[in-house]
Design a protein around this ligand. Structure first.
Ligand code: ACM
Ligand code: ZN
Length: 755
């Protein structure tokens, strides 16, 4: 029998002679990276054998080498190249490539044009520049992608982005090996694609006369009265499609139906159920007026799609299908007649009927329909692919029915959510999706078998632009989170988050800066932890990146031993006797970002319940149980719209918890705060029942009906214990997203004697 102790020794010897498995600077990390001794030094003139690679890749490579590294690539006859290319006919994956860096020569092997392009982008990320020296560490990379759909989406309806801006977005996607650009071209607030047969779509539908200020849930609403809009001509669309093709990115256009059609209906009201002329709305949300399901409307959409197919060679065509309230259909004689004539069981089947007609058309043209997961309702069309956004459940259901799926759940893939807890960050749609959370995403749900998981094409992040008014903010919301997603989608084996973070900071933030990207620096923010003290609570701020010095303009400054300074702690506790109830203040936490001092802002409120013992009889859902014991009593007010982790989320119809005031206190009123965000399935509860007691034997009970914008409820009782019972709607009402499901209840700070 062999001695097993020999094995590690043999392995070690092998690795030494073949190279060392090491951290690779490339994002997304390649399948295999072996690092060797010595390096390839770039001379000013680099001989390159370009004859085997497409002209667009040659142009890209030459330009990027010059712009990023000031290096010139040349091809000269009869001179031995220092970089050469080799096309391999059969490889283990259609997009396989290999880079072999030796001291005197670099060989780039590839199996497809796209993989040649991926290899070039990897190559660019391998180059190190220190002072006047430019080099690549000798290494061998073997690589290919894990998922075939590696997508980013962009909503150009809520805010419009110019052709040049869209091209920059595509450039950045390409650099990080995304291959699918989901272009959301139509929505309620603006129609953005020229359709020759229906010129009013852009003459009228591309322009709105107002835009809501602040978050759309902020009451009272105010509006800016500027005319806002824009659209792409068919010529411009062709130009962008061609541009994306040159970077191996497929553009999937989205033409929304039957909902999110107000801009189209402003131009052609005859395709609605009522025929009433309405404007292009300047308010965000979900509107009752959608396309009628009558034949004329379906023909109208097919006409539009026939022009769209001329412009976009994509196999997949996205037809939306989300958030289509059925109120109008219920009252429309045309819609009801179709239900009767086709033996449909109500309006969900009518939507399915509508989508099936479109599916039939697209299939007849050799294309594939893709839609948001609402297209499952009323029966999935035979050839449809599902994009799962309301969690992954819709995707799982579609896979179980044998359909292909792209995962894009709000929890990990909505980049219109906040990424930091800094109250100074610009307003966002809501939700909290940190870089680390994106990185933790796994597109294949655990409940799928190996066979079923093959139907998961991949995933994408969505950039809805209600609160993204310009390119700078788009970059801020997209980066660096897109790099985390690219890693999720590309690598068969994802490195640890710590390794990813290290690569990001040491190399990629610098590259992003060079590419003039306004990326978020949220990863450098000190993290806040809140803990109880004897008489109150303590806020503590600490950066877990203290080993990095961050100097944005110079990559060589990364990784030094200097520390980001951070504040140890800020005490907010006061003698409980003297708490100035209701006083609001902002913690301004300074921290160093390189040589710059940046403040982050955290709003807090002092009140009598700070840090008191709380007992949950009903547990919050574990996904939304952030700092459970303190969350409702920590002084930090969950920002509306829904920001960060300050809200406790419950998915039960009854919620019960109890607070111990430690001594008898006169309670004039109680204050509760709930989130109201129907688009995220979060609803106000219906009733709250407050019980107070001084001995836990006898309880006084105060029932209240919950009202919108009301937080304070009169009690006027002495108490040592307060019990809270919250009753929600039994299910989400009709015509709201998530209809029929248990509503979520999100709660934040509870206070007493606070007006
Ligand atoms: C969506 O976010 N309404 C697909
Ligand atoms: Zn109708």
């Amino acid at each position: 029998m062999k001695n097993p102790k020999i094995i590690p020794l043999i392995l070690f010897t092998c690795l030494f002679s073949k190279g060392i498995i090491a951290q690779c600077p490339i994002i997304p990390a390649p399948s295999s990276y072996l690092k060797f001794k010595d390096r390839f030094d770039f001379q000013n003139l680099i001989q390159t054998n370009f004859s085997l690679i497409p002209a667009n890749i040659k142009a890209y490579f030459t330009t990027e080498m010059s712009v990023l590294f000031n290096l010139e690539l040349k091809q000269m006859e009869n001179i031995k190249p220092t970089i050469s290319f080799l096309k391999v006919e059969s490889a283990i994956h259609k997009d396989w490539y290999e880079i072999d860096v030796k001291t005197d020569h670099i060989l780039i092997s590839f199996s497809s044009d796209a993989s040649c392009f991926y290899a070039i982008n990897s190559f660019l990320q391998l180059i190190e520049k220190k002072g006047t020296e430019t080099y690549i560490q000798n290494c061998k990379i073997t690589d290919y992608p894990k998922f075939e759909w590696r997508g980013l989406h962009l909503d150009v309806s809520r805010h419009f982005f110019s052709v040049e801006e869209v091209k920059k977005y595509i450039d950045l996607m390409a650099f990080y090996k995304f291959n699918t650009f989901h272009w959301h071209l139509t929505d309620d607030q603006g129609w953005r694609i020229e359709i020759k047969k229906y010129p009013k779509l852009t003459e009228t539908g591309a322009w709105r006369d107002s835009t809501v200020n602040n978050h759309y849930t902020t009451i009272p609403r105010t509006y800016s009265s500027e005319i806002y809009g824009g659209f792409y001509t068919q010529e411009q669309i062709r130009e962008v499609v061609k541009y994306a093709e040159s970077k191996y990115i497929n553009i999937v256009p989205e033409i929304e139906m039957p909902g999110h059609a107000r801009a189209a209906l402003a131009a052609y009201p005859e395709f609605s159920c009522t025929g009433i002329q309405q404007n292009v709305p300047g308010l965000w949300g979900v509107f009752d007026d959608i396309y009628c399901s009558k034949k004329e409307t379906i023909d109208f959409n097919i006409d539009i799609l026939s022009e769209v197919l001329e412009l976009f060679p994509s196999k997949y065509i996205h037809i939306g299908g989300d958030e289509a309230p059925k109120d109008r259909w219920k009252k429309c004689i045309n819609c009801q007649r179709i239900i009767l004539e086709n033996n449909l069981k109500g309006e969900h089947e009518l939507q399915s009927y509508f989508i099936k007609k479109i599916d039939k058309y697209l299939t007849s043209k050799g294309r594939k329909l893709i839609g948001w997961d609402e297209i499952l309702e009323g029966g999935l069309s035979p050839n449809a692919t599902v994009m799962s956004w309301r969690g992954t459940q819709g995707g799982i259901e579609a896979v179980k029915q044998g359909h292909a799926v792209v995962m894009s759940p709000g929890s990990h893939c909505y980049f219109d959510h906040y990424q930091s807890k800094n109250s100074g960050d610009a307003i966002a749609f809501g939700g909290f999706t940190s870089l680390e959370k994106v990185y933790s995403f796994e597109p294949i749900p655990a409940e799928l078998s190996l066979q079923e998981s093959k139907l998961i094409l991949g995933a994408q992040a969505n950039l809805w632009t209600e609160y993204i008014p310009n390119m700078k903010q788009l970059e801020y919301m997209t980066f660096p989170r897109a790099l985390a997603l690219s890693q999720v989608l590309w690598s068969v084996k994802k490195p640890s988050y710590k390794v990813f973070q290290d690569r990001l900071i040491k190399k990629h933030l610098f590259l992003l800066k060079q590419k003039d990207v306004n990326y978020s620096k949220a990863i450098f923010y000190p993290k806040m932890t809140i803990s109880k003290t004897k008489n109150g609570i303590r806020y503590n701020f600490k950066s877990d990146l203290k080993d990095y010095q961050f100097i944005e303009n110079n990559a060589n400054q990364y990784g030094s031993n200097s520390k980001i300074e951070y504040l140890e702690e800020i005490k907010v506790n006061l003698d409980r006797q003297r708490i100035p109830n209701g006083e609001t203040a902002a913690l301004i936490v300074p921290f160093y970002l390189g040589l710059e001092i940046k403040p982050i802002y955290i709003n807090y409120k002092l009140h009598e319940l700070l840090g008191l013992p709380i007992k949950f009889i009903t547990e919050p859902n574990e996904r939304y149980s952030y700092n459970k014991e303190l969350c409702l009593l920590d002084g930090i007010i969950g920002v509306t719209p829904w920001n960060s982790g300050e809200w406790l989320g419950f998915d039960t119809t009854e919620i019960i918890f109890e607070v111990n005031l430690l001594k008898e206190v006169e309670i004039k009123n109680v204050y509760l705060s709930f989130l109201d965000d129907a688009s995220s399935w979060i609803h106000l509860p219906e009733k709250i029942i407050i019980s107070t007691s001084i001995n836990k034997k006898k309880w006084d009970v105060f029932p209240f009906t919950v009202e919108k914008n009301k937080n304070t409820y009169q009690i006027n009782k002495n108490a040592k214990y307060i019990k809270y019972k919250i009753l929600t709607k039994k299910s989400i009402p009709q015509n709201f997203p998530g209809e029929g499901k248990t509503p979520w209840t999100f709660m934040d700070e509870i206070m007493v004697n606070f007006e």
